[in-house]
Write a protein of this length. Structure first.
Length: 56
């Protein structure tokens, strides 16, 4: 995924957003992903969605 790109996914009726970013401190450069979702889907995302993503 490119820097500062947003990808929207849907899982069992819950919409999630993956947001990529990067940062630099002194001599290091890091990339990261932020996962956003509505709090009412927290149990679904933590319980099943993340396992589903890791298996892919």
């Amino acid at each position: 995924m490119d820097e500062y790109k947003v990808v929207v996914d849907e899982f069992e009726g819950a919409r999630v957003w993956w947001i990529s970013g990067s940062g630099a401190k002194k001599d290091t450069h890091s990339s990261y992903y932020k996962l956003c979702f509505h709090k009412r889907h927290r149990d679904l995302i933590i319980g099943r969605y993340l396992n589903h993503v890791l298996k892919e």
